[in-house]
Design a protein around this ligand. Structure first.
Ligand code: IPE
Ligand code: IPE
Ligand code: MG
Length: 255
């Protein structure tokens, strides 16, 4: 099967995905408990959402809590759950007012009932909003995401509704998280580590990656602009040659 054509080159990403890392170290540098860093991180989340809305970026996905983060000390996990709960109570009205559609990806059943119902409410309330799709990855793991998609397809095969030979990239890709929006164009990771940490493994196949040493609580509009500028200057080839990409660009820009 031929692979999908490369998306039209655009200076502004249609979808930005961020690993917001470095909250703990930010607090430790100040000799404060890690939780202070997570709180400062929540302020950086607001700044980033505001800026993406101003810029007209249609989709933003934030890695808030990984499936592996459950292994952190109990007191940190509990405090993070409290922070998520408060942030949802505090922010959803404003996000709704600004036309943001809020969604959660990940194994939400692992959260407590009060958090799960808050997530559902936020999703239901904002479902028709179109200014931006904000996806929060919580209890999310890329491997778990792919495994879950594979399980769904296996169930279809077992029920006789699908043939194994009908399973291809498009079908599997339509069962992973965020399948209804374009894959991320730009990935940002703060905190100085240059790894994916089990974020959107499938979805990041051709995403442009950008890393910064800046710790997440210090991430601001200047930092975001640096990432966007770097992105705008990248040549995305999707396996083709530079010449082919240049020819495609002229084709699509000619009347
Ligand atoms: C990211 O910051 C937030 C979560 C994983 C919840 P960290 O808590 O990982 O901060 P560092 O990496 O320890 O500094
Ligand atoms: C990735 O950060 C997960 C989130 C930001 C939510 P981690 O701090 O968990 O990643 P590692 O452990 O450095 O790979
Ligand atoms: Mg970290």
């Amino acid at each position: 099967m031929p692979s999908a054509p490369p998306p039209l080159p655009s200076a502004l990403p249609r979808h930005v995905a961020i690993i917001m890392d470095g909250n703990g170290r930010w607090a430790q540098q100040r000799r404060r408990p890690r939780m202070i860093g997570h709180r400062a991180g929540a302020r950086a989340v607001n700044r980033t959402i505001d800026r993406c809305l101003e810029l007209g970026i249609p989709a933003l996905t934030l890695f808030a809590f990984s499936s592996e983060n459950w292994g952190r000390p109990d007191d940190e996990v509990q405090a993070l759950m409290k922070l998520f709960l408060h942030a949802l109570d505090r922010e959803v009205d404003e996000l709704h007012r600004r036309g943001v559609r809020v969604r959660f990806i990940g194994e939400r059943e692992r959260f407590g009932a009060s958090l799960v119902s808050r997530m559902q409410l936020a999703e239901q309330r904002t479902v028709d909003n179109t200014a931006m799709t904000l996806s929060i990855a919580a209890s999310y793991g890329g491997r778990q995401d792919i495994a879950r998609a594979a399980r769904t397809l296996a169930q279809e095969v077992a029920a006789g509704r699908l043939l194994p030979e009908q399973i291809d990239e498009d079908l599997l890709g339509s069962h992973v998280a965020l399948a209804d929006i374009p894959a991320p164009d730009l990935f940002i990771r703060t905190g100085g580590d240059t790894r994916i940490s089990n974020f959107l493994l499938w979805q990041l196949a051709y995403t442009e990656l950008w890393f910064t040493d800046v710790l997440w609580p210090d991430f601001d509009t200047d930092q975001l602009q640096r990432a966007l500028d770097t992105y705008a200057g990248r040549e995305r080839r999707f396996g083709l040659t530079s010449a082919q990409i240049a020819a495609l660009a002229t084709e699509t820009s000619s009347p």
